[in-house]
Ligand binder design. Structure first.
Ligand code: MN
Length: 326
């Protein structure tokens, strides 16, 4: 996916609705962002936003659909570059055709992880297929740590087996949860999992106390550690918890994506589709793309022009880090 937005958003402090002392959960609300293009589909973005830049190394959370592609035109993202990050595509419905400058050609389907490592530089296209009627899923980015941010391009496909814990059906696509471990390499300790919660069920999962967590609710109302989250909201829970209790407050199945990781302490500069450490890193990456340098390679099989980089802002782009927790 390609970032066309330049905007902030809102933070609602979640209140635990029970008398017991529950861990504090911040509720990060989504804002609507058009993806650009002639028939521009819209995504709901919860990360980054003013109140929070990262959860672990997760630095970008876009949530879309269910969209009838006859109405929205579906997804059609022309060749565009990435550096300093990995992209994670996870679908609930529909199908996306992925091509990249590594030569990868893959179909992104529900329940299947597709992880692309940009490293020093990669370019790719994402197009929903003609077989798709309803498009519904998430697009996530992971910041690479300094020592690996110029790693080689890579692309991985993995289909996790679902596991059941209490009232939850879990697919662990990155990291470890519920006794399942994804074989796909990450460069910092990370978790990514889809959870489907039975109607009215309450499930307590053992989790890593060194991790912070984000729960993106797709459907249903889900209580996370005492705080009620509605669809499209991202609940944030800091480190120091060795269990996580999730309750589906609705009488239909609920679905959510659980993200986690050890706090990412490096200050990053995010601009368009690039992650660097300085304004200079961004200027160099932008110039390389505009000059069609080998840094990002080229994508075969896409019918259309590459995306031009937007103009740089007049001001120096400042590094972001997370606010201190209160
Ligand atoms: Mn992309």
């Amino acid at each position: 996916m390609s970032d066309v937005e330049v905007d902030p958003a809102a933070l609602r402090h979640g209140a635990a609705d029970h008398g017991e002392a529950a861990p504090h959960v911040d509720i990060l609300s989504a804002r609507d962002v058009p993806l650009g293009g002639p028939r521009s589909m819209t995504v709901r973005r919860t990360l980054p936003q003013r109140a929070r830049t990262l959860i672990g190394a997760w630095c970008f959370v876009d949530h879309y659909g269910p969209d009838d592609v006859a109405d929205t035109g579906g997804m059609d993202v022309a060749p565009h570059p990435h550096t300093g990050l990995q992209t994670v595509s996870w679908l609930f419905s529909g199908e996306i055709e992925h091509r990249d400058s590594l030569g990868s050609h893959a179909f992104v389907r529900p329940g299947e992880l597709n992880l692309m490592t940009g490293g020093y530089g990669i370019s790719h296209t994402e197009v929903s297929t003609t077989r798709t009627t309803i498009l519904h899923g998430v697009q996530l980015w992971v910041a690479l740590p300094e020592e690996h941010r110029y790693t080689a391009r890579d692309f991985r496909h993995y289909v996790p087996s679902p596991v059941r814990v209490g009232g939850a059906h879990i697919r662990v696509f990155l990291g470890s949860l519920a006794g399942e471990t994804s074989p796909v390499r990450t460069f910092t300790p990370l978790l990514g999992a889809e959870l489907v919660l039975d109607p009215g069920s309450k499930t307590t999962l053992p989790v890593n106390a060194a991790f912070e967590y984000g729960l993106l609710v797709d459907q249903g109302d889900v209580r996370m550690a005492g705080t009620l989250l509605r669809p499209a909201e991202l609940g944030y829970l800091g480190t120091g918890n060795d269990t996580l209790t999730l309750t589906n407050e609705t009488d239909t199945p609920a679905r959510a994506v659980l993200l986690g990781g050890t706090p990412f302490e490096e200050r990053i500069v995010m601009w368009w589709n690039f992650i660097g450490r300085s304004h200079k890193d961004i200027v160099e990456a932008r110039e390389a793309w505009e000059n069609a340098s080998d840094r990002f390679g080229s994508v075969d099989g896409y019918d259309g022009d590459r995306l031009p980089a937007p103009a740089l802002p007049n001001a120096t782009i400042s590094p972001r880090n997370n606010p201190t927790r209160h």
